[in-house]
Every structure is written in C-alpha cells, then in structure tokens.
Design a protein around this ligand. Structure first.
Ligand SMILES: Cc1ncc(COP(=O)(O)O)c(C=O)c1O
Length: 341
C-alpha cells in the first residue's frame, strides 16, 4: 500500500453545491455492457453550473484575501468560465471585466446564452480578436493598469481558471469520487476510468493530481475539444509542476502516461459542432433524460461512445463521465440543433 502523500487544501469560499450526485446511466450501461455513471457537476449550481465554480472557490478566496474589488478574466464568446466568474464575483460583491474573443469586435455576437447572462450580471465586456487573444496577458495587464489608475484593486484570473490554485477544485472532486465509489462497492472497488472534456487543462490537472494524492487508482482520460494531445500534455504538465512547487512538500511522480489525452474528437474545431455530435446529444437526452452542451461535454461524450462502439472494453468495466456543465451553450446553437430534432 502506497504511503499517503501529505497535503493541505488551500482555503476556499463555499460557492458550489457539492458533493454532486453520481448517477448511473442504466440504459446506456446496458447498451455497451459496462457500468457508466455521470458525475453531475452540471448540478454545482444554476448560474454557477459546471466545473468552473469548483476552481473559483479557491481562486476567489485568494482574490478576496488580497483585497481585490474587481476580477478580470477571459474566454471564448460563449465562455462558461466567464459566466460562472461573473456570477460568483457578484455573490461576493466584486466587479467583473471579461475579455471575450470574437472574429470582429465591431460586430460582436448577439446577447444570447452565456453572453446574455454575462450582461445580466453586469460584467464589463471587452471584445478582442483571436489574434489579440493570443496576447491576452498584455490585455490583462493593460486592463489591470487602467483599473488601478481608477483606484480599483483588480485580480486577474487566467483562462478557464486553469492554474495550480484552481486545480484544487478537481483534487477535491477526486476525494468526492473516492467516497462515491466506496458507497457503491464498499472496500473493493471496480477498476474505474474517469472521463472529462479538456478545454484549458485545469480540470484534468486536478483529476490527475487528486488521483495521486488520494491513491485512488482511477484511469483519468481527458478528451481535448481544441488543440491536440501534445499541446494539452504540456499544458497539464505545466499546471502540475506548478502545483507541486507551490503546495507539496514531497514530490509526486507524474508521468506522461498519467496525463492521458484522447485526441481525434475536435471535429470541426473549437465550439463548432458536427451533426454526429449533436445527434449524440439528442440521443442521450432521449435515452437518459440528460442534457449535454455542444462545446465540451457533447464532444467528450461523443468521443466516449465512439470508442465504446469500436471496443466496449476499452475503458474497463466502469466509467465515470464527468458532466462538467455548460448547458447554456446549447442555446447559442438552437437553430443548428433544431435541424436534427
Ligand atoms: C462545460 C465545460 N466543460 C469542460 C471544460 C474544460 O475544463 P478545463 O478548462 O478545466 O479543461 C470547460 C471549460 O473549458 C467547460 O466550460
């Protein structure tokens, strides 16, 4: 039996409705002949729904402890992270500035779905081009300078909250999952593969680290919804190195094999849906009464069932698919979705 690795959670603010339920997908399990559970992180809240709020619990505690009165963050136009940040910040009485990516900032997308919610929460939205987004650190710095000049105290949250501090949110999720499977099995747990979408890497980094810290023996698989496997192995590896440097007195061995990225399901590209993915979302809604989003969970789910169709044993006897939320994104592609209903 491996020695437990000593660690202490950083302080956090309670924002997420946790622990989230672990629900068995009965008909889906029957279809593929393996147990398939969904960890319902879409139930972490309504405005705060999804994976981001778990990271924000730690990040916003830090912001408040430093005396921040404004948070600045960034993402794609329909960013769930930005929407969750806007509402979480409002719960804490903070102002919010969002740098949102769009091809033409003079003609920003309509106020639909997450953008509508960002505006409802009173976030200041600054539209920037994809090229400007590449230089987002500079834009963060400019925004912060302007806010400081106006007497504010800004706190910058990098893309997706995918920092070492944010990764604690998914370390905590592994602790929940260990309890979930113990409730299912008692002490002898069935080999379990945990699958989730990868967008900026923090969720996967937290799951990989949590798996080590709790010696839970899960196989952690991330499905990239943009970029590729090499890119995300580096991104997740960097977050994990930073995590070790900041928080662990004793090193943890993380190999590239621990950061398993299932590549090949980006499809048409980030936030672009192909018909097969939308059909998978539709079919799951009809089979199990569960709604996925098109940008993250829909792609990760489509990847999972496509692999199971090729080989039902490929993930072992038990799968936990983390439903990381993002439902509002579905309303931004209503017309495209309606075509297959
Ligand atoms: C709904 C949803 N699921 C999954 C992810 C991926 O998480 P991460 O950015 O931590 O890789 C994101 C954000 O990118 C998201 O909004």
């Amino acid at each position: 039996m491996a020695q437990p690795i000593p660690f202490q959670y950083p302080e956090r603010i309670n924002l997420a409705r946790t622990p989230t339920p672990l629900e068995k997908m009965e008909r889906l399990s029957e279809k593929f002949g393996v147990e398939i559970f969904f960890k319902r992180d879409d139930y972490t809240g309504t405005e705060l729904s999804g994976n981001k709020v778990r990271k924000l619990e730690f990040i916003l505690h830090h912001a408040v402890a430093l005396g921040a009165d404004t948070v600045i963050t960034c993402g794609g136009a329909q960013s769930n992270h930005c929407r969750a940040t806007a509402f979480a910040a409002k719960r804490l009485g903070l102002k919010v500035v969002l740098l949102l990516r769009t091809p033409d900032p003079d003609q920003p997308p309509p106020p639909e779905a997450n953008i509508l919610l960002d505006r409802l929460a009173g976030a200041t939205i600054i539209w920037i081009t994809p090229e400007q987004y590449q230089q987002r650190d500079q834009y963060f710095a400019w925004q912060a300078e302007q806010l400081v000049a106006a007497g504010a105290c800004p706190y910058i949250i990098p893309e997706g909250g995918s920092t070492a501090l944010g990764a604690w949110g998914y370390v905590a999720t592994v602790e929940e999952l260990v309890n979930d499977v113990t409730e299912l099995d008692g002490s002898d747990s069935v080999p379990t593969t945990v699958i989730s979408a990868v967008g900026s890497g923090g969720t996967t980094a937290g799951l990989v680290m949590g798996n080590k810290l709790f010696d839970s023996g899960f196989r952690v698989v991330g499905v990239n919804v943009c970029d590729d496997k090499d890119y995300f192995q580096k991104v997740v590896g960097t977050i994990l190195n930073d995590f070790q440097d900041r928080y662990l007195a004793q090193p943890v061995v993380v190999t590239p094999e621990d950061i398993e990225i299932l590549d090949g399901y980006v499809g048409k590209g980030y936030a672009l849906s192909q018909t097969e993915e939308l059909e998978a979302i539709r079919d799951l809604a009809r089979l199990e009464g569960v709604v996925l989003d098109p940008v993250y969970t829909g792609k990760a789910y489509y990847a999972m069932i496509s692999e199971l169709e090729k080989n039902p044993d490929c993930f072992g006897p038990r799968i936990i698919f983390i439903h990381t939320g993002g439902l509002f994104g579905l309303f931004s592609i209503a017309e495209q979705m309606a075509e297959i209903l």
